[in-house]
Unconditional design. Structure first.
Length: 578
């Protein structure tokens, strides 16, 4: 902490340095002017400087005009250089708000970000960092405040954004991140806006797949997904079962029922894989507890697993009935024939292959209106893509040659992968860039629990906190992480002996919870690993010159969605009349 005396000495040193610099510049400019006109050049000394200040003509008697012009020009150039240097210094090393300076965030600025991108992406290995277009430098975060310099994270980072509704989650995060994806793109959403905004652009760089079981965008089914293929290994079958049983798990319920249902589904999926069966057969086996075909298949190929499943279900009839009913509830989304069709082999439509997708530039949209059983399919397919991407990364030396971005909008509602917090850092190391977008921190706690959400928050290397944070505890935690700063306060007192004024320095929070909640719309706090907390200005796609094409394309697709929705309504209306 600097005292008044320290400040006085610092100011004196700056003024002394400026005086010496300008004196030297004045002499050098005058000497240059005198030499050009053939005049006498006075020696460089403190005495010459003093004489120039008191009697210019006596020092430069042979060329008073030329020396004066030379001195003036050089003085102006030096002053301009000093001003430019001060502006650069203030821009990089000073922040009036006491948040992170640009220098402290230098790894996210264009130059270092471009160098990181050339290291991570095979296609950019031979490129010169200075020549990279902005979209190839990494994941757009926003502009640093107050400097206005663009900040980008890398595709080996992991991201979480917590923003209230209407705070720019789609326009400033989901759409720009998806639009600039260099490789494969996985996107989840419960709205059609992000899909409509990016569909045309992504279809220009690769194939677009859409799984829209609930008619979010009213798209027709143009593919099918083989869920049973995920049960190729016991671990895969267990993960597949967990996506469905997560929907029936709660802190209040007895875990026996959900765990028993998960064990049963694991066995049925493994039996289906060994037998070359489909999800339709799994649903049929699940409907009849007396069906012995899956156990016969398991005893033939995996006797240990068969024994475990057999002992779990060959118990009291009431308990067995409860286990089967819980498993059926977990799989309830597939009772709908229209939904079941998405995961049933179809010779008229192509099969979506996660392994091929992982190394492509294709796009997969997973759309769902709400949570519950329907979201289990989204979680299952997303997890299959993550698994395929991680395995492909291992086959390419540890990382995917071109990063895969996973924009998980409304992840807590429609893509609740149970162990996503544990996967988070692993995905980043394999070239998969997860970007989870939540409406609040508590929303994440509700889905993954306090420990799980804390783990995912800690594993995220880039965190964005937007406007409208109404969770007082979360806002206080963020305020604590921002930390305090020193503020100088003056006091004034008057007595019979006269007037006195004193100054003291106090520690205060840089941003208290109320200021965090009431941040200006369009701004956000950036918490990057190893860096102080910064404030940034978000960059919505409609303000980006390079994304001007999105507007017309989005309107066209939204009109098409509306047309399909009207047609579907009329069809249902006609069916009711019939």
């Amino acid at each position: 902490m600097m005292t008044e005396n320290d400040r006085a000495w610092a100011a004196g040193g700056i003024l002394c340095g400026a005086a010496v610099t300008l004196s030297a510049a004045t002499w050098a400019g005058a000497a240059a002017g005198a030499r050009l006109t053939g005049g006498h050049v006075a020696p460089a000394s403190a005495l010459t400087v003093y004489r120039m200040a008191t009697d210019w003509t006596s020092v430069w008697a042979d060329s008073p005009t030329a020396s004066g012009i030379g001195a003036a020009l050089l003085d102006v150039a030096v002053v301009a250089l000093i001003v430019w240097g001060l502006r650069i210094s203030f821009r990089w090393f000073r922040n009036p708000s006491s948040l992170a300076t640009l220098y402290q965030l230098r790894e996210l600025t264009p130059g270092p970000a471009a160098r990181t991108a050339t290291r991570l992406r095979v296609s950019l290995r031979e490129a010169k960092p200075k020549e990279l277009p902005p979209r190839d430098r990494g994941v757009l975060l926003g502009n640093h405040l107050p400097s206005g310099v663009e900040l980008r994270g890398s595709d080996e980072d992991t991201y979480i954004a917590v923003m209230a509704p209407r705070a720019g989650k789609s326009t400033a995060l989901a759409v720009p991140v998806a639009e600039e994806a260099p490789g494969a793109l996985l996107m989840t959403s419960n709205k059609a806006d992000v899909y409509a905004a990016t569909l045309h652009s992504r279809s220009q760089v690769g194939h677009t797949f859409v799984m829209d079981t609930q008619g979010v965008a009213q798209t027709e089914r143009e593919m099918w997904i083989d869920l049973v293929a995920q049960a190729e290994t016991l671990e895969g079958a267990e993960r597949l079962a967990s996506h469905f049983t997560t929907q029936i798990t709660s802190e209040q319920a007895d875990p026996f029922w959900s765990q028993s249902a998960a064990d049963l589904l694991t066995g049925l999926y493994r039996a289906a894989w060994w037998d070359g069966a489909t999800v339709r057969e799994v649903m049929r086996w699940l409907a009849d507890p007396k069906e012995k075909a899956p156990l016969r298949i398991l005893y033939q190929h995996e006797p240990v697993l068969a024994e475990q499943i057999d002992s779990s279900i060959n118990i009291a009839e009431e308990t067995q009935s409860g286990i089967y009913q819980n498993a059926r509830t977990a799989m309830s989304a597939l009772r709908d024939e229209k939904v079941l069709a998405w995961v049933t082999p179809d010779q008229h439509r192509p099969r979506f292959d996660p392994e091929t997708f992982a190394t492509s530039k294709d796009t997969l949209y997973l759309l769902s209106k709400k949570g519950g059983p329907s979201s289990a399919l989204v979680a299952a397919v997303a997890d299959a893509v993550f698994t395929a991407g991680a395995e492909a990364g291992e086959r390419h030396g540890g990382r995917l040659p071109e990063p895969m971005r996973a924009v998980l909008d409304e992840a807590a509602n429609i893509c609740k992968i149970a162990d996503l917090p544990d996967l988070y850092s692993h995905l980043g190391s394999r070239g998969i860039t997860p970007f989870v977008i939540l409406q609040s921190y508590r929303q994440g706690v509700k889905s993954w629990g306090e420990v799980g959400m804390d783990a995912m928050w800690s594993a995220a290397t880039k965190k964005l906190i937007g406007v409208g944070v109404d969770d007082a505890k979360f806002a206080q935690d963020v305020s604590t992480l921002i930390g305090p700063h020193w503020v100088e306060r003056g006091s004034y007192s008057k007595s019979k002996d006269g007037v006195s004024r004193s100054w003291s320095e106090q520690r205060e929070e840089v941003m208290d919870p109320s200021r965090i909640r009431s941040m200006r719309k369009g701004s956000a706090l950036l918490m990057a690993t190893g860096m102080p907390v910064a404030q940034i200005a978000l960059r919505p796609w409609y303000e980006e010159e390079g994304m001007a094409h999105i507007g017309p394309q989005m309107k066209k697709e939204e009109a098409a969605i509306t047309k399909r929705a009207v047609a579907a309504y009329e069809e249902r209306k006609a069916a009711r009349r019939g």
